[in-house]
Design a protein around this ligand. Structure first.
Ligand code: T4K
Length: 395
């Protein structure tokens, strides 16, 4: 650990000297959980002899069953990644028209809507939990609206009961992007049980992963057949292609990783809770810092991300300066989610100028700090000490 001194010019124009502690090796926003190697090889040994490594193999089937049990839902389908799972969810419902969604998300959410020939309609977000603001949904509904696609961003559940009420009133489908929300419970029930379909990402950066992977959970068993067709080129038999599909099948190596990692989900969530508690205890109350609320009694959190909002006036410097100074000291934070989806270059200002004040403010202030099971509490302390030092010297 070294001390790193650096002068920076603050927003107000004056110069300040920071004395930050530099980590000996880089710490990223996350680090993929790797189970004991022997446990993974034991799983793949089972498929080595039968030479069946994709297309609904035995591990795939077993993984699906285990997830039905874990997620407490009737139906689960496995796909190659979360993004194609989301596109598959939209295609399964055969939607045409407008989909109300959030601009404060990863590119995947909006790209899934657009790739399926649907039009995203952006709703502002709640300033406390950063999820879609349910009080602003109804004003966006018109005769072209067919669905709502909210995101349980950072794993915090959306206001699912209000969303359900609105969807019933206007006869809309609800597809949850639950990419961040594996393992989360609301009122003692798995978050997977809400909406018409929910999509969970099992990407390597997620708290529970299958290298890459996507899970769809749903109540209506009739969806199963269509999902199976879509993810396998629409093929229903050796000589029958029933619909136009694509290849989005999860392979056996992914299923093997998922099966092994499922045994570690609870332990890893507990470790993440300790890290979250440490961050909260050290950062709570610092002027200009806003943290998520992790203390609602009806939610079992998964602690998948640790977002912090930095108010430049009250904290002393902007989120961008904190990001830069921490990065110089081997602490690599991420601006999840900046820019807003409405500001992506690929949309060429098609959605610019929308009235999304909370989303804009939060996207400009947010920084997600490192969190993963092996992150030591000592490192969390150093990260927080550095943040506090930046605040102290910036006033
Ligand atoms: N909807 C939402 C709301 C999502 O957040 C996502 C994905 C999706 C849908 C789509 O699900 P998938 O199709 O991905 O299953 C990362 C992830 O790639 C992405 O899955 C995730 N959201 C997003 C929030 O984060 P990047 O571009 O930030 O990843 P990358 O490669 O910069 O990695 C971030 C950090 O993770 C690195 O600094 C180090 C660490 N890392 C990364 C990889 C790839 C590892 O430790 N090991 C690894 O193998 O998107």
């Amino acid at each position: 650990m070294r001390e790193n001194r650096r002068n920076i010019t603050l927003e107000g124009g004056h110069i300040s000297m920071y004395e930050l502690r530099k980590l000996d090796s880089p710490v990223n926003v996350t680090r993929t959980f790797m189970p004991p190697f022997s446990e993974f090889t034991a799983e793949i040994e089972r498929l080595w002899n039968n030479s069946w490594i994709t297309n609904n193999g035995v591990l795939h089937q077993e993984f699906e069953e285990k997830l039905i049990e874990y997620c407490e839902v009737e139906n689960i389908s496995l796909l190659v990644n979360g993004h194609l799972a989301l596109e598959t969810a939209l295609k399964t419902l055969d939607l045409k028209g407008e989909v109300i969604t959030t601009p404060f998300t990863f590119a995947s959410t909006i790209h899934a809507i657009v790739n399926c020939g649907l039009t995203p309609v952006f709703c502002d977000i709640d300033k406390d939990d950063y999820n879609i603001d349910v009080s602003k949904i109804e004003r966006l509904i018109n005769e072209k609206t067919v669905a709502i696609l909210p995101v349980h961003v950072f794993g915090t559940p959306c206001k699912v009961h209000e969303i359900e009420k609105i969807s019933k009133k206007y006869n809309l489908k609800v597809i949850y992007d639950a990419a961040h929300a594996f393992g989360v419970k609301l009122d003692g029930k798995s978050i997977a049980s809400h909406g018409d379909l929910s999509m969970f990402s099992l990407h390597a950066t997620k708290l529970f992963h299958s290298i890459e992977g996507g899970v769809l959970s749903y109540k209506n068993s009739n969806y199963k057949k269509k999902i199976n067709l879509l993810k396998n080129f629409g093929i229903s038999g050796p000589e029958t292609v029933e619909m136009v599909g694509y290849n989005a099948k999860m392979n056996e190596f992914q299923a093997a990783m998922g099966l092994v990692n499922l045994n570690y989900v609870e332990t890893n969530i507990n470790k993440r809770k300790l890290i979250t508690d440490k961050y909260v205890s050290l950062l709570k109350g610092i002027p200009g810092i806003q943290l998520l609320n992790y203390s609602l009694n009806n939610i079992e959190y998964n602690y998948s991300y640790f977002p912090v909002l930095f108010d430049p006036i009250l904290f002393g410097v902007s989120r961008d300066t904190v990001h830069e100074l921490l990065g110089e000291n081997n602490i690599f934070t991420r601006k999840y989610f900046y820019p807003l989806a409405t500001d992506y270059d690929c949309f060429e200002e098609k959605y610019s100028g929308l009235d999304l004040p909370n989303a804009k403010a939060i996207s400009d202030k947010v920084l997600t700090l490192p969190i993963y099971p092996e992150l030591s509490l000592e490192t969390v302390e150093i990260i927080c000490e550095n943040i506090i030092e930046i605040h102290r010297r910036s006033l």
